[in-house]
Every structure is written in C-alpha cells, then in structure tokens.
Design a protein around this ligand. Structure first.
Ligand SMILES: Nc1ccn([C@@H]2O[C@H](COP(=O)(O)OP(=O)(O)OP(=O)(O)O)[C@@H](O)[C@H]2O)c(=O)n1
Ligand SMILES: C[C@](O)(CO)[C@H](O)COP(=O)(O)O
Length: 378
C-alpha cells in the first residue's frame, strides 16, 4: 500500500501578507485543494495524510472529510511536520510513502508514477531537474566565484521511500534537514533521481501565484490522436513489433524495419499534434531512412510533443493478425514502448486480436496495427 504525506503546516512568510499560501486562492479554489485532489485521484495512492498547522484545523475540516484522508498536526519546522505525518501513518498498513510539499500544487500524476516506479528498485526516489543556468556566488552585489553546475540538480517533491526506512531515519535525525532526501542520506539510504517537472515548482514568493495561474489557464490542453498501419509479410524468419524481434516463419516488408506497431504509435502522436504522419517527417523516398529502427520515428514524434509542452498521458495499441501470437510478447513490448517514451508501464497498453480469418489479416497476408494516444499539457 502506498500513502502520501502532504505537509501544509508552514506559514508561507515569503509569499507575502494575507492567509498562509496553502489557503490562498489558486484557479478559483484553495491552493491546498490542487495537490490534495491529485494525490487522492491517483490510482496508486491509497491514503493521504494532510499535515496542518494547529491554527488551521477548523479551516481544514472540509478538505479532510474523506475516508482516505487523515489529518496530523504539524510542528515548528518542515522536518517536524513530516515526522508527524509519518508517525500518523505508522501501523496504518502502508509500506511506501510519498512526502510532498503542499507548496508544489501543480504536481502531476505522471511524475507521481515515476517516483512510485523507481521505488521498485530503490529505497528512496525523488524528482529533480538539472541546473541549466550558470551558477555564481554573489559578492556584495557583484559576481564573485563562478561555480561548476555539472551534475547539479534542483530538488523537488514528492520524495518517495519505503515507510519503515524513512520513519527510522527521521526518528534518528537531530533536525535541521532541508528535505527528506537529506534525512534519508544521513541514514545511508540510497536515493534514485527521477525526472521532475517545470510545472512542479514551489510557490514561495508572491509572483509565483501568477505563474501558477498562467499554467492552470493553459493546462486543460488535452489532445488525442489515432494511428493505423499495415505491413505485408515477406521472406524472413522474424518480425519486429514494438522493437521486439519475434520469431515467425515470415518477415514483414518495409522501407524501415517494418515495425508496424511503432509506426501506428508514432502516427497517433503526429495525429494528435496535427503533424501529418511518419511519411511526412521520414519520406520513404529518402534512402537515409532505409532499414531505420522504428524507435527513431517514435522518439521524434514524442520529441515534437515535448516541444509543444505536451506530455504523453497514455498509449493504447492493438495489433491485428492471426500469427504470430502477441500475448507471450506483450509484456516485453510494453516495457520497450514505456522505455522509448519515458512513460510508466501502467500507461502503456498493448493488446491483440485476430480478424476471425476474414480479410487480409485473416488470410495471413500481413499485420495491421491501430493506436491511440492522449497528450496533455505539462
Ligand atoms: N513547520 C512547517 C514548515 C513548512 N511546512 C511545509 O513544508 C513545505 C516547505 O515549503 P516552504 O516554501 O518553505 O513553505 P513555508 O514554510 O510555508 O514558507 P516560508 O518558508 O516562506 O514561511 C510547505 O509545504 C510547508 O507548508 C510544514 O509543513 N511545517
Ligand atoms: C523539500 C523542498 O521542496 C525541496 O526542494 C524544499 O527544500 C522545501 O522548501 P524550503 O524553502 O527549503 O523550506
């Protein structure tokens, strides 16, 4: 069972006068409602502990009135508030916990997935973004020493851990840690970095509200696309589907590696972007694409989506053929597509059907593939 602890007991002093930032309006409702809803709606989060300032218990009643939400009273520091949330979770049956700042209201489901996925192999995982700007030390308003930014990251939340391990680390820590990764590190826990998100920034200064409002205004950009492709059988002893070579008594004919599955997926993304199809970007008349491994097309399509500020929410692929049998290879295909698209495997569907012996697929003349994708603004 995976739980989330959302720490919301700070006073938001840097965000300017008025209510503490978690109670101020963002997109027409309290800021706190955004991350709370995102975690509650996430299919892999079973329970949420909301850590609140003692003065806010009354205000919070409406937000906490759900069977999957518990409330804990926060402490003087972020670290004390996290500890209170973890203690409230202990004995509740959770074995993994994601610790999140309420002050990062625009966290998204795909980022949460990346943290949870990384916990399969790591004791701790946290999102971060590489530092892309030059780093200077200030020296009385002038540029002082120039620091090397190589290998530096900007840390975000949610930071995810196995519950027993992080709770023990917090209990043993003297205090003063900047975040839970720092607490974990002091206990020798290894932390995997997963890709963060620019929209998952922390509301700290007054102007950060305007930035979050602007993102929310454009956030509802959701696009769907469909792709369809067919390749005929020809001589050979294997077919390549989703990048996986599958033994067969025939091969597939094509200009590239004839991976009909990845072609349908790439076309679905191009379709969602109104960017034509593979042929427009990689003309079959151009000899340089002969024999190309089709992940190149899919990566290109996904790259165009990223350039438009869109991320892939899910993909759904159906292969239509009598032979070869797809099901024994479906897991490998899902893994491969998830890897190419840097997507959780839970957001990739690969399935197959026969055409009941009818038509060209029924006559075993080739394989057809159809795909749909959903792109969402980041
Ligand atoms: N005693 C505290 C202090 C901070 N936090 C939470 O920890 C996160 C840290 O983000 P930050 O921007 O430092 O929040 P504040 O402490 O509220 O802001 P400020 O430092 O400007 O007062 C926030 O979600 C905040 O609510 C908390 O739960 N308990
Ligand atoms: C935990 C954190 O969000 C990681 O970036 C951050 O350190 C918390 O905010 P603060 O301003 O350091 O309190």
């Amino acid at each position: 069972m995976t739980a989330a602890v959302i720490v919301a007991a700070g006073r938001g002093t840097r965000a300017g006068p008025g209510l503490p930032k978690q109670w101020r309006s963002l997109g027409g409702r309290a800021l706190l409602a955004w991350p709370l809803d995102t975690f509650r709606a996430h299919p892999r989060i079973d329970r949420v502990v909301l850590v609140l300032h003692p003065d806010d218990m009354g205000v919070a009643a409406g937000y906490a009135a759900h069977p999957d939400v518990d409330v804990a009273e926060g402490g003087e520091t972020r670290q004390a508030s996290v500890r209170a949330g973890l203690e409230a979770l202990d004995a509740g049956g959770a074995d993994r916990v994601l610790i999140h700042d309420v002050a990062r209201p625009l966290v998204d489901a795909a980022l949460i997935d990346r943290v949870i996925d990384a916990l399969d192999d790591a004791q701790g995982a946290a999102p971060a973004l590489p530092v892309v700007d030059a780093l200077w030390e200030g020296d009385g308003g002038k540029v002082g020493a120039i620091r090397d930014r190589t290998g530096l990251y900007r840390a975000q939340t949610p930071q995810g851990f196995h519950l027993g391990v992080i709770l023990d680390a917090h209990r043993a820590h003297p205090g003063g840690a900047s975040d839970d990764v720092a607490v974990a590190q002091s206990a020798g826990i290894g932390i995997e970095i997963v890709r963060g998100s620019e929209t998952n920034f922390k509301i700290t200064e007054p102007e950060d509200f305007a930035r979050a409002e602007a993102i929310l205004e454009h956030r509802m950009d959701i696009r769907t696309g469909t792709g369809f492709d067919v390749h005929a059988f020809g001589p050979g002893d294997f077919v390549t589907l989703c990048g996986i070579p599958i033994p067969h008594d025939r091969g597939l004919l094509g200009h590239s590696d004839a991976d009909v599955a990845l072609h349908a997926l790439a076309d679905a993304i191009y379709g969602a972007l109104a960017e034509g199809d593979i042929g427009r970007h990689f003309p079959p008349s151009d000899p340089q694409w002969r024999g190309t491994a089709s992940h190149v097309f899919l990566e290109h399509a996904a790259g165009l989506a990223a350039q438009e500020g869109l991320s892939i929410s899910n993909v759904d692929l159906t292969l239509i053929c009598e032979e070869p049998k797809i099901t024994p290879h479906a897991r490998d295909m899902i893994e491969r597509v998830a890897h190419i698209l840097d997507l959780s495997e839970r957001r990739v569907s690969v399935k197959a059907t026969t055409s009941e012996g009818l038509g060209f697929t029924g006559r075993r003349e080739g394989i057809a593939a159809m795909a749909s994708v959903t792109l969402v603004s980041r």
